[in-house]
Design a protein around this ligand. Structure first.
Ligand SMILES: NC(=O)c1ccc[n+]([C@@H]2O[C@H](COP(=O)([O-])OP(=O)(O)OC[C@H]3O[C@@H](n4cnc5c(N)ncnc54)[C@H](OP(=O)(O)O)[C@@H]3O)[C@@H](O)[C@H]2O)c1
Length: 371
């Protein structure tokens, strides 16, 4: 996902670009599966298309072939991810492509699973289908960086969003709810939430701010789909009456085994799902538990403690800062609790800016780790 620019621009083939856009329609709902889009083309005309909407639903290829019907015979299929050649929750897409008699398949990226990679493409080629690969797999890999992160690292892709004052403070006073950014910042927050599989905050932010963590329109009406909600904690169990626990929208508390069993049992009785991890594993353990729950990506709306712990553990894949044009002054807590990233006297940057823009008077900068 790119916040301010269109990632499909780098895809030269128009049918693959269309398949990419279709895949985007599953963003936020396909976990633990990838985003996949598919287009069926016959004599230069699109005769079928589809995308994977959610785990358990038909794969993109099946949706596209269903919509093409008889026209799929001899067609050229464009699909963003290598078709599967194994039984999962659904039968292999390779079998279906062969049964429909398609002539050519163009694939955006390989399936990275070592037990799968190349299998789908090889099986198609062995059956006489002409297989092509996208010139550049990077836009497709970027589209699925959540899924790829979970498969490769056993944790979700972690996007952190923080609102700041010009003097770099995340609040106007310590342990107090403060609204920092304006309409532009709110719009960015809602756009990020809309595309997330889950939104996470620290337990103390639940206690201080009591946020609802839903996606709402400009009139504050909740949208049809809101991402999953996660509270990250080490031992703190927020009050049962907290809005995320009590509004009926569902919430998962991810806390360590050191948290009070009585307090955990009390929130569980009130319908909160609880995932436990070993205290010694820290945030890595917490995120591994989230990944095991099938979550490919998480938007963390972090306060200073959680942000600092994620930074120190090198667990941030993308950082979105939304800066508003005012000062907090010394009453505001610092954003970072820790020592400088320094190489002696000079700053040794570990992140670099990848995007910057303006949203109705608030500034948005997007940062990624330097590799
Ligand atoms: N400007 C913004 O974008 C923004 C966003 C969110 C919050 N805030 C503000 O930030 C303030 C709250 O900040 P905060 O620092 O108290 O809370 P925080 O950073 O949001 O969250 C801290 C919580 O994270 C949990 N946690 C889980 N693993 C952790 C780890 N390894 N290390 C540290 N914490 C871990 C802690 O649980 P345990 O308590 O069990 O240790 C703690 O309750 C509020 O004033 C809120 O308004 C601002």
């Amino acid at each position: 996902m790119l916040l301010l620019s269109d990632p499909a621009v780098g895809i030269s083939d128009p049918y693959l670009r269309h398949a990419f856009s279709l895949a985007e329609r599953g963003r936020g709902t396909t976990s633990p599966n990838p985003l996949v889009g598919c287009v069926v083309v016959r004599d230069g005309e699109v005769v079928g298309e589809g995308f994977h909407a959610r785990a358990g639903d038909p794969h993109a290829e099946v949706v596209a072939l269903d919509s093409a019907g008889e026209a799929a015979r001899g067609a050229h299929v464009y699909v963003t991810l290598e078709p599967c050649n194994h039984f999962g929750r659904t039968p292999p897409c390779v079998d279906r492509l062969l049964a429909e008699g398609v002539a050519e398949v163009t694939i955006g990226m390989r399936d990275p699973d070592p037990s799968v990679t190349g299998n789908g493409a090889d099986a198609l080629a062995a059956a006489g289908v002409i297989v092509h690969w996208a010139e550049d797999p990077r836009p497709f890999e970027k589209q699925n960086e959540g899924w790829l992160t979970r498969i490769r690292l056993g944790r979700p892709f972690v996007r952190v969003k923080i609102a700041l004052t010009i003097d770099g403070r995340p609040a106007l006073a310590a342990r107090r709810r403060s609204r920092i950014t304006g309409a532009g910042g709110r719009r960015v927050t809602m756009a990020l939430r809309r595309q997330a599989t889950a939104i996470a905050v620290g337990a103390s932010t639940i206690d201080i701010d009591d946020p609802v963590l839903t996606v709402r329109d400009a009139e504050e009406r909740p949208e049809e789909r809101s991402p999953g909600r996660i509270v990250l904690s080490r031992t703190c169990v927020p009050a049962v009456r907290s809005r995320v626990f009590s509004d009926g929208g569902g919430c998962t508390l991810v806390t360590s085994e050191a948290a009070s069993a009585d307090e955990v049992a009390a929130v569980e009785r009130d319908g909160v799902r609880v995932l436990r991890y070993a205290y010694a594993e820290g945030l890595s353990g917490a995120l591994a538990a989230v990944a095991s729950d099938g979550v490919n990506d998480v938007l963390v709306e972090a306060g200073p403690s959680l942000f600092s712990a994620l930074w120190r553990s090198r667990l941030i894949d993308e950082l979105v800062l939304v800066t508003a044009g005012g000062m907090s002054g010394n009453a505001g807590p610092p954003l970072f609790l820790g020592t400088a990233d320094s190489d002696g006297a000079d700053l040794a940057p570990v992140f670099h800016a990848v995007e910057a823009g303006v949203a109705e008077g608030d500034a948005v900068t997007v940062w990624r780790p330097r590799v």
